[in-house]
Design a protein around this ligand. Structure first.
Ligand code: LRH
Length: 483
């Protein structure tokens, strides 16, 4: 049976997955490695050279496991981060978006194009870590002077594999430099900011066959540009059925939204800080970033520095027994950077019980579910659609407590799974480009449903709904000054 190889780089780990393609998909993870950013004296950086070596190792393992019968390779990654190339290759190691240089960068951009105006061009939410704000900082340091090409991370790895430098559209849409109506670079914005036109490569559609890999164990296999923004692939791999479905791509971030045929660029949408990200097959992912399970994983990292080991599944299981946890604003800008998460949450919620990791976890999960409920209510207002079901995919969809709390607080039925939606979406678009599968996203999603076990949750009658907006006064999310 034919296979494809999905390379999926997430915020904490990267995986290489071999997918056999038939009436159902079968996924086998052949390699896993850390993608964590490194704190250096030049900021929070990504060792992309080491990442490329890991990808090559994984491709070797996948080729061996597939016995050579591989139709394509595709790469997805988190969005917004980019590498700069000069005449002699990589100029330096890319920054990670959680580096706090973005606050200064945002001020540079805001002084030239206020966000209210930028939104009418890009349709992107005002989050401090958008590529445009990172580039705003680069403008002040001269980092762009010797740059010939800007490549988003999956495009960089693809370039190193094939020699072809392009900008895949879904990931490019996270820069705030793309016009969501045309799917092309917005030269007006680029020129006004004083960014060099030369660094922006040709945009390609997801599903484009980029050419054969020329180096390493997968040499000779075609590389396909998939929905290379991981969330674009996750939503392809989400078993969405109709216009009443809300998706939550749940992992480090929770991306809560709806798939729409066209962007929503209204002032109401901007004020609610919703974003229009480019999707596969011309769709728009209309969504909001909710801080996600990062709040727990970063707390676990902090407790480890104090000598206490906890795991997310054990904490979530224990948190079932906690009642009466307070709710806080999970999108508070102070929670974005790495560091002491329990300490920062305690400045938002004055409750001594937070010293207990189980209580802390319950408090985070309740607060996430409240933020989801709030976002679902806003989606109804802003799209005119009536949300009827919530589909949760990604690693966080294995968190049964969070799924139940989501059903309770949104008062909607929840369907959870697949955990591997991103790798599935990545594989489906490759398989279609390679001619192994045919049809629309609806057709491809039938394969998702046949390939995975989904779990359903219904709202518990005894628990009230809880809209975050009714409980705490929200900050203006990540764009605003923490004060
Ligand atoms: C999730 C994700 C998300 C972005 C963030 C930077 O991995 O790609 O869609 O907002 O990372």
């Amino acid at each position: 049976m034919a296979s494809v190889i999905a390379v999926d780089l997430g915020a904490t780990s990267g995986r290489v997955i071999l997918t056999t393609v038939g009436e159902r998909l079968t996924l086998t993870e052949v390699h896993r490695f850390s993608t964590a950013a490194r704190r250096t004296d030049q900021g929070l950086r990504l060792d992309v050279v080491a990442l490329f070596d890991e990808v090559q190792e994984g491709l070797g393992l996948a080729m061996a496991a597939a016995d050579g019968d591989v139709a394509a390779v595709g790469i997805d990654c988190w969005s917004v981060d980019y590498a700069l190339l000069g005449e002699d290759g990589l100029l330096d190691l890319p920054y990670n978006y959680r580096d706090d240089r973005t606050t200064a960068g945002r001020a540079v951009v805001e002084a030239v194009i206020p966000h209210a105006e930028l939104y009418t061009h890009s349709g992107l939410q005002d989050v401090v870590f958008n590529t445009v704000n990172q580039l705003g900082h680069d403008l002040t340091t001269g980092r762009l002077e010797h740059a010939t090409t800007l490549l988003m991370l999956p495009d960089l790895l693809g370039y190193w594999l094939t020699g072809r430098a392009v900008a895949e559209r879904t990931n490019a849409s996270s820069t705030a430099l793309l016009d969501p109506r045309t799917g092309q670079w917005d030269w007006t914005v680029i020129d006004r900011l004083g960014l060099p036109r030369r660094i922006f490569p040709q945009i390609v559609e997801p599903g484009t066959v980029l050419g054969d890999i020329t180096v390493g164990p997968a040499a000779g296999v075609p590389l396909v540009a998939v929905g290379s923004h991981d969330t674009a692939s996750a939503v392809v791999g989400a078993p969405l059925r109709d216009e009443g479905d809300v998706f939550i791509s749940s992992g480090t971030w929770s991306l809560v939204g709806m798939e729409l045929p066209a962007p929503v660029l209204t002032e109401e949408s901007r004020l609610a800080n919703f974003t229009n990200e480019g999707g596969v097959d011309g769709t728009t992912r209309y969504l909001k970033n909710v801080m996600g399970l990062w709040l727990v994983s970063e707390a676990i990292r902090h407790w480890e520095t104090e000598g206490h080991r906890h795991t997310a599944p054990a904490l979530a299981a224990a948190a079932r027994r906690v009642a009466d946890a307070p709710v806080f604003d999970v999108n508070h800008p102070t929670l974005l950077a790495p560091g002491d998460m329990p300490g920062r949450v305690r400045t938002l919620v004055d409750d001594d019980r937070l010293a207990d990791p189980t209580f802390f976890t319950r408090c985070v999960l309740e607060s996430l579910a409240a933020a989801y409920a709030d976002t679902v209510a806003q989606l109804a207002q802003l799209t005119g659609r009536r949300p009827r079901r919530v589909v949760i995919v990604g690693g966080g969809s294995a968190n049964a407590l969070l799924n139940q709390l989501t059903a309770d607080r949104t008062r909607l039925p929840v369907v959870a799974g697949p955990v591997e939606a991103t790798a599935i979406g990545n594989s489906l678009i490759q398989a279609r480009a390679a001619g192994l599968l045919h049809g629309s996203l609806t057709d491809l999603r039938k394969i998702v449903t046949m390939s995975t076990d989904l779990t359903s949750y219904t709202p518990s009658p005894e628990r009230p709904s809880g809209l975050l907006r009714e409980i705490v006064s929200l900050s203006n999310e990540f764009g605003a000054d923490p004060a």
